[in-house]
Design a protein around this ligand. Structure first.
Ligand code: PLP
Length: 450
């Protein structure tokens, strides 16, 4: 990689002058100009390389610039870049078939979108039309996207800026054994109490008004919260009892992140609608969608589906999804993810938890892990307060700096550092990144008070 700081300075100057960035006070950011990326690495114009332990926004599951994948996209671009959604297109047909073949039982069709928010937005629309009901239940500590409805379903501070929203969005608590909202003392108790809480919420909200319960199968940005065994089966039961649809938001946890095509496969459960994006094609071309059960799809056999997008089922995006799924299979990427979880990431993070008092809990599966950092080892007081920024978030910004200055780019959210590298990351690379994390955590340990 030949450094080119002048070019980097131009990229940065144009960015500051003309790009309006997501979720940011524009005057307070200085985005790092990126010159290139390959595999699990990316680099800046100074020639500094970073091991990508974030997969960007937890979406580059196949790794950066995968050569066979890039070639497949080039070939697809030469063949057919675009055609309107009203036609039948070979790449779109094939992508839909392949996704349904890999999806949980009972799935029949795919509605394609450009990304995750449009997927949850359309899943909720389908659920409302199918049930004739309007309410949507979702958990606190969730993210479902930033469009009008998906941001209302979101259960964390990113929603606050869009309030007040429309009526009919209700939030409840999902299971989180390490910080139990139910004061439970075991995972089994957490599961039981979380389900009872959901039953109570459904009861007092009027089950006959509830169209859907939306859940991230494994909660992503808000903590890599893995549902206790039995929780999803319980949700399925509650939904069936009241004619409510279960929407699984697998935008982050699907397509390899958990070592499965779909995370629900871990628990053998079948939702009514499954939202996907990110890992389906690693974002080389924007793509998302909703996998729809035969029953819900039938609602729109005679009655028009009142929703659409100019780029629904975009041929180039769909061709990339087909190529990505094939590469995942040919290269055994799902198996690699499971193996790395069992032999490298899981054991190393357990050691790191033992060694560092700031690590309250290390949890995860597949290539989807989080360290829940604490200031107080007994009370689990978080290393930085909920929604902390600026000075209050300093222990976390120091930790990030300790990682990036050593050449590892982590993902963090409040008091957590997430270990979410591309699904193709090698054992050596994982060890390298985990060595850096291990060394960097001394910075967090220094803030532990008890
Ligand atoms: N749902 C989940 C679980 C997500 O993690 C995200 C994005 O991070 C979304 C939905 C929204 O996806 P997008 O940013 O592609 O609109």
């Amino acid at each position: 990689v030949r450094p080119d700081p002048e070019r980097g300075a131009r990229v940065a100057a144009d960015d500051r002058a003309h790009v309006l960035h997501s979720w940011s006070a524009q005057a307070k950011i200085s985005p790092l100009p990126i010159a290139g990326a390959s595999g699990s690495w990316f680099w800046d114009y100074e020639g500094t390389r970073y091991l990508d332990f974030s997969s960007q926004l937890v979406n580059v599951n196949i790794g950066h610039q995968h050569p066979r994948y890039v070639a497949a996209i080039q070939e697809a671009a030469a063949r057919q870049c675009t055609i309107a959604p009203s036609f039948a297109d070979e790449s779109r047909s094939e992508a839909a078939r392949m996704i349904v073949e890999r999806a949980p039982e009972g799935m029949a069709k795919v509605f394609f979108t450009n990304g995750g928010a449009e997927a949850t937005e359309n899943a909720m629309r389908m659920a409302r039309l199918h049930t004739g009901r309007h309410k949507v239940l979702s958990t606190y500590r969730s993210y479902h996207g930033a469009t009008a409805g998906s941001i209302q379903a979101t259960g964390e501070p990113r929603r606050w800026g869009s309030e007040p929203g429309g009526a009919g969005f209700v939030h409840f608590w999902g299971p989180y054994p390490f910080r139990s909202p139910f004061h439970s003392t075991s995972v089994e108790e957490e599961c039981e109490r979380a389900l009872q809480h959901l039953r109570d919420v459904v009861m007092v909200e009027n089950p006959a008004s509830i169209a859907a319960i939306v859940l991230e199968t494994v909660v992503g940005t808000n903590g890599v919260l893995i549902p206790p065994d039995g929780y999803l089966a319980g949700v399925r039961e509650i939904c069936d009892e009241h004619g409510i649809l279960w929407i699984a938001d697998e935008v982050m946890c699907g397509f390899g992140r958990c070592g499965e095509w779909f995370a629900v496969d871990r628990w053998g459960q079948a939702p009514d609608l499954v939202c996907f994006a990110k890992g389906v094609n690693s974002g080389y071309v924007p793509l998302g969608g909703v996998v729809v059960s035969a029953q819900v799809a039938a609602t729109f056999d005679e009655r028009p589906y009142p929703g659409g997008l100019t780029y629904s089922g975009h041929p180039l995006a769909c061709a990339s999804a087909v190529a990505s799924m094939r590469i995942f299979e040919d290269e055994g990427i799902l198996e690699h993810v499971r193996k790395m979880a069992d032999t490298v990431v899981g054991p190393r993070l357990a050691e790191i938890q033992e060694k560092h008092p700031s690590v309250g809990e290390a949890r995860g599966l597949g290539m989807f892990w989080a360290l829940d950092l604490v200031r107080d080892t007994r009370t689990h007081e978080a290393l930085v307060p909920f929604n902390a920024s600026g000075e209050a978030a300093k222990p976390m910004s120091e930790l990030v700096a300790a990682c990036t200055s050593r050449g590892m780019w982590p993902m963090t959210h409040y008091n957590r550092i997430h270990v979410v590298p591309p699904c193709t990351t090698s054992a050596d690379e994982l060890h390298k990144g985990l060595d850096i994390l291990d060394a960097a955590l001394d910075v967090a340990d220094a803030h532990v008070t008890a």
